[in-house]
Ligand binder design. Sequence first.
Ligand code: GLA
Length: 725
Amino acid sequence: MIVFDRTCGTFTLHTRSTTYQMKADQYGVLLHTYYGPRVGEGDLSGLIQYADRGFSPNPSEAHPRRDYSLDTLPQEYSTCGVGDYRLSSVQVEQPDGSQALDLRYAGYEIRRGKYALPGLPAFRGEDGETLSISLRDPGSGVEAELLYGVFEDYDLITRAVQIVNRGEEPVKLQRVMSLCLDFLPLDLDLITFNGAHVRERWPDRAPIRPGVQGVGSSRGMSSHQHNPFVMICEHDTGEDHGVCYGAALLYSGDFEAMAERSQFGDIRLVMGLVQLQWTLEPGEVFAAPEAALVCSPSGFGQMSRQLHRAVRERLVRDPCQGGRRPVLINNWEATYFDFNKEKLLDIARAAAPLGIELLVMDDGWFGVRDSDTSGLGDWTVNEKKLPGGLGELVSEVRRLGMRFGLWVEPEMISEDSELYRAHPDWALGVPGRPGSRGRGQLTLDFSRKDVREHVYAALRKVLDSAEVSYLKWDMNRCLTDVWSAALPPRRQGETRHRYVLGVYEMLENLRRDYPHMLVEGCAGGGGRFDLGMLYYTPQIWCSDNTDAIDRLRIQYGTSFCYPACCMGAHVSAVPNEQTGRVTPLETRGVAAMSGAFGYEMDVGKCGEAEKAVIRTQVETFKTHYRLIQEGGYYRLTDPFADPELTAWAHVAPDGREALVSIVTGSGHAAPRFRLLRLKGLDPDAVYRINGGAELCRGSVLMNAGWPVPPLRGDYQSLQLHLEAE
Ligand code: GLA
């Protein structure tokens, strides 16, 4: 619910359990008064303290007041160059060369339904409401429209910003934040999700110190290194108690998420685009990507479940909605580039009787591609490997009762390719510089329409040649030497953002033209695991690391923002390709079925006993599909704090059914006794465990726990299926 109180100038956004408020004051400065657990009606600006602070300037309208400074007051959308020295939300170079921008309140509008952002990912839904607030710079033609989407039932507030140039000359945008959130003085922690290729999204928590700290990416992708999702919380906030905030940017390119603790202890969080150099001509509008905000009064668990539900129901567009996504098998780790039609069909023949439903042909099927040094850009079927083209292979796969999926990497080009020989200028690169390769390849200039159109037409030809039910859209290097042959020198700073918009346009076109095809995002695993991609690709390959034990940490970190149904997770062979670790097949299944489940191995090489395990895994996953994909996700342990026992649960919304997964670390003699406390159950219900004789009351399971039997050996696992009587 959005309430504007004319008498005091407050805009209050209420969701079921949170309140967000801002207020235009007597000088037209839009002050942020509160965001947190729900409070009643009323003007909360009394929380703001005014004091004469040395070296914090006072705007001329406030003269002779010295207790009024943009530098000390909580701002809804901070500006630059006119008195607030904290992190600015927007930075421009004005036509006169100055960098001053002062945004003052100019009007508002409240609308039913949630705003949309053409060309950009955004939460959607008629059940949302929109608040639009216009801010105007009295000294120039620059205006900012702040957009707020309120999804009351989801406890979700979205924000976006559009910068408009109403002046007569171009201005240069250098930085546009989608989100600025000021907190009144409090000791808070910042939690970020960091890592590397094959080690993505490990949480890191630290108190916010004086000065600026945060994360970002300048790699042209949201990156393996830092995720565009951060949390802010009180020092004592934990999984099940305490106030915490989650902020996510719906964007897949460069970003910054920065927190600053200022001289008087207040904290500002900003999130958005930096180093833009975007020329905004008179009359033009620049739309910054959307940011999503959630606040939980009772710990991280609830915050995650709020976000998960919103992402599943208001962001992801799932072509399998109402049905079930297929259990797939991917040939990558089984064959790498060394495959042909028969090898693939052998895998499919072994997989189909196990209940596996879709075969994905990964990298290597096109152009001349026997290693990662050639072929990217030539999206035509290599008939040496696949005689008869895609059509024949797919009909044979379908004859086995399976569907078919395909891997592509459309944004890339190998120098050793027909495409590069014909269009060397289609790759990003600065004239006169040799440029860097990543995985030996160059990046196509997706900021260019002609390049996109060519690649799209080539993809369409392939996709129209057979029934392709799934597409894996990969991206295997980050951007360097960013320079577009299609833009003049003064506009080169726009290329990186235009590239991301180009990727989004292609993905949207794919959705339009192939509405029943499931697209999985991928960038060397989880290098572009963000809410922007999830708008177009309902699932993302979580990590190139398929080791079950490493995955526990990666999936744990990922789960703070992203729901299980979005995390591509596969059972692979042992010793694991990335770590060399040997884990039981059962444990690999338990780890992988907590995501978008599949296999990444040649199941034809498995013995009968292993095949029986796989058959059971697939059945278990299918049986509990709704619970896993739509149930509430409960982190029962922290695998970083306690690697000896990792547990999590998917719990039905009414708490009457749950699937609990438990994985142990390395085995030890004389292990200590373990009780695992469950969560999210109905305290008064009595649960039957794994359909057996064991019955247990919810209150006992949640308060006292369930005694985990000692499991012999390394990396053991078990699953409990709980059903209320
Ligand atoms: C990336 C992906 C892998 C696989 C390879 C193919 O690394 O993450 O899953 O598709 O590319 O080259």
